[in-house]
Write a protein that binds this ligand. Structure first.
Ligand code: IPE
Ligand code: IPE
Ligand code: MG
Length: 248
């Protein structure tokens, strides 16, 4: 029945919208921030599992452009949590051969955080086990705008002509430039929307939604998502017959 090769059944690039921290906390009568703290463990576990499974890229949505609209106290505690988690985890990530990359609007972040992000990227730049992309202050709209602006600069400088601006050119200027396309997007906590996460990049991703809240997302949940992915028939506009091994 399954005519695809084993290699094509494992996604190269998995992206996760880690949602439900607040609800997890509320159900326990805890402040929202306790939910964010409880979400750090599942991040570590998902990174380890993806590396072990041979997935090439894991992209995690940690904080959106719109999340700046949350109460100041929640935002500031989240920023502290990012700083602490980064300081605590970066050496272990490096020892495990993981390359870390951050995407998002850094002009909104504190100098301390920006310099830590850059240091983590520098330290792990040559690692090859798994690329971990963390989206902080990220929005799909922001990504399109920064790509358009970068291309406009090239055109204004005469290094590109307007005719050079094609799909390949935009692909090369997105935040995820140079990485394989997102094969599988997972969103937790029962919401069926993209919430301004990757837009260009999700054009042909398989989508998997689960009711599990992020702080409770475990190994079995990720395996379930990978299993669901295995059963999908990806056609990319073609017919089933064309997709049979050897014909594409
Ligand atoms: C996701 O959990 C974490 C961030 C958006 C930073 P939420 O904080 O959105 O949790 P819910 O959706 O309120 O349960
Ligand atoms: C999306 O979750 C952003 C992250 C998980 C970082 P939200 O909780 O902010 O999304 P909405 O507001 O419910 O769409
Ligand atoms: Mg939410």
């Amino acid at each position: 029945m399954n005519h695809r090769t084993e290699a094509s059944t494992l996604p190269r690039h998995v992206a996760i919208i880690m949602d439900g921290n607040g609800r997890w906390a509320r159900r326990r009568g805890l402040p929202r921030h306790a939910g964010h703290r409880a979400g750090v463990g599942p991040v570590r576990a998902a990174v380890e599992q993806c590396a072990r499974r041979g997935i090439e890229v894991l992209t995690l949505f940690a904080f959106s452009s719109e999340n700046w609209k949350r109460p100041r106290d929640e935002v500031s505690k989240l920023m502290t949590l990012f700083l602490e988690a980064l300081d605590r985890e970066v050496d272990a990530l490096h020892e495990n051969g993981i390359r870390v990359r951050f995407i998002g609007d850094r002009s909104q972040l504190s100098h301390a955080l920006v310099s830590r992000l850059a240091a983590a990227e520098r330290l792990t730049a040559d690692n090859e086990a798994l690329t971990l992309v963390v989206a902080v202050s990220y929005g799909g709209h922001w990504d399109m705008v920064q790509a358009a602006r970068a291309i406009a600069v090239e055109v204004a400088a005469g290094r590109l002509s307007p005719d050079d601006v094609d799909e390949q050119c935009i692909t090369a200027h997105r935040a995820l430039a140079g990485l394989p396309p997102v094969d599988l997007l997972i969103r937790t906590a029962g919401e069926w929307r993209i919430s301004n996460f990757l837009l260009w990049d999700l054009a042909y991703s398989e989508l998997h939604f689960t009711d599990r809240l992020w702080p409770e997302f475990g190994e079995a949940d990720l395996e379930l998502a990978l299993e669901a992915y295995r059963s999908r028939r990806r056609r990319f506009g073609r017919t089933d017959e064309q997709m049979k091994v050897g014909e594409c």
